[in-house]
Structures are given as C-alpha cells and as structure tokens.
Design a protein around this ligand. Structure first.
Ligand SMILES: [Ca+2]
Length: 262
C-alpha cells in the first residue's frame, strides 16, 4: 500500500536549527521520515521522526540553502512517495564590509579629499586600523562609497563605528533599492529625523556623535525604511556612503558590517 504524500506546514529557524512540520497523512501512517540535502532532488541525509508531525534538524550551515521532503510509512513499512520539496535558505552570519585595514574598497564620488587607513589606539582594546576620511575644508563636502550586499538582503542590520575628529556635520547614507525605487537613508549627527515618502529619508543619530569619542551605530534598514514608508519594502542593499566635511582627517570609520535582524 502506498500512503499519500504529506506536506510541510511550517519552518522555524534558530541558530543552525530548523524545525519542520507537516500535515498528517490522510491514510493510516505509523511514522514519518524526513530527508534533506543541499541540492534540489538529492537528499543526502534523513531522520526517522516517528509518529509525530514535526522534526528539528540541527547543525545547518549559515548561508546555505537546504531542500527537504518528507514521507509517511505504514505498519508494514511501506513508504509513501516524497512530498513536495521545500527549500529554505539559512540566514547568513554577519558580513564584514570594511575592517579598515586598507582603503582600497572605497570610491570617491564627489569632492577632492582623501581616504586613508591609519592606526587608532582607541577603537578597540588593542587598537586597530581604521579609515580616515577627509575633504578640503569645513564647507566642502566629499563623498565616498563602498558596495554592500546588493540583492542578498538576508542581513538587514547595518553596523559601523565612527569617531568625529572635527565637530562638523559629516554624515552617512545607505543607498537601497525598494519596491518604490531607489532610496537614500541618511544618518546625520542631529537630534531630529525627517521621514516621509520621498527618495531621501533622514534619520538623526544624535549630536552627541560629534563628541570626539568612538560610537557604534546599529540600524535595521528594513525597519528604517518602513518607519518612513510603511508599504515600501527593501529589495537590495547597494552602497554605504560617507559624506565628510573638513580638511585632513575629519572622520574615522571602522567595522562596517551587515548582520541578521534577530
Ligand atoms: Ca579595524
């Protein structure tokens, strides 16, 4: 006797574990077997779930896509055909965009300043190389950018460290693509935000940013987009821009990374 196929009901993910559940077989079954692997239609691993409707798979790799099917078996150990396949992309761990070891990833998009890599004692307990951004005066703006993750939006949090060496209104911009087109999310050292439906969305990250100490900024890009434009959705995470005023080394930046939002 062949038992009807079963289907996945839900997937929950936590720290390399994925719990899969399925609807019960419409014909009498005494157990279920789960199969999975990293290519579609090719299941290198399996587990007997027994007579319950879910199973938790351990040890799944971050950033890897897995394919699952389930079967039911009866008391005579007749096994059904595979269910429909379910795929699941495990979230990626943090992506380091910039560690400050050199400035080669950066493109200057306007102005006439310089970006260099220098050693900074205070950025961490042992010190680290950081990026030093500059322009040519307190009123001339230079802009630099580095590419982010593009169409991979599994990591929606962006983090960076910054230290204002000159108390000027240098700022940061994340360029994204959204359902409604390109958007620039500004993060400025101000105490006010100016949100709205337009292309440019302005967040204040506080005038305290300019106190000459290192600060870590953490932003959820999807949340920041939706707070301004509730029906809009993030489609790609394109560029991180540093817009800097001041001559010489004006603003230090280190440890730009993307991470999951859990
Ligand atoms: Ca560094």
């Amino acid at each position: 006797m062949v038992i009807a196929s079963v289907f996945f009901a839900q997937a929950m993910v936590w720290a390399g574990q994925l719990t899969l559940a399925w609807n019960p077989s419409p014909s009498p079954a005494v157990g279920y077997r789960l199969y999975w692997g990293t290519s579609s239609g090719n299941y290198s691993q399996s587990a007997n779930a027994g007579n319950i409707d879910h199973y938790t798979v351990d040890g799944l790799a971050e950033g890897e896509t897995y394919y699952f099917v389930v079967t039911a078996y009866d008391i005579s150990e007749n096994e059904s055909d595979y269910s429909e396949e379910l795929s699941y992309a495990m979230p990626s761990s943090a992506i380091v965009i910039e560690d400050g070891e050199d400035a080669t990833n950066w493109v200057k998009t306007s102005g006439s300043g310089l970006v260099t890599s220098i050693f900074d004692f205070d950025v961490s307990e042992s010190g680290s190389d950081v990026l030093a951004f500059g322009s040519t005066s307190a009123t001339i703006l230079s802009a630099y950018r580095v590419p982010l993750s593009g169409s991979d939006i599994s990591n929606k949090n962006i983090t960076w460290k910054c230290k204002y060496l000159q108390a000027l209104n240098s700022f940061f911009v994340v360029n994204i693509s959204s359902t409604f087109g390109a958007r620039n999310i500004y993060y400025r050292p101000l105490d006010t935000s100016t949100l709205g439906a337009s292309t440019n969305i302005f967040y204040g990250i506080g005038i305290a940013m300019k106190d000459g100490a290192w600060h870590t900024v953490l932003r959820n890009l999807q949340a920041d987009l939706k707070a301004a434009q509730p029906t809009n959705n993030l489609l790609s995470i394109n560029y991180f821009y540093v817009y800097v005023y001041g001559s010489g080394d004006s603003l230090l930046v280190d440890d730009v990374s993307l991470s999951a939002t859990e």
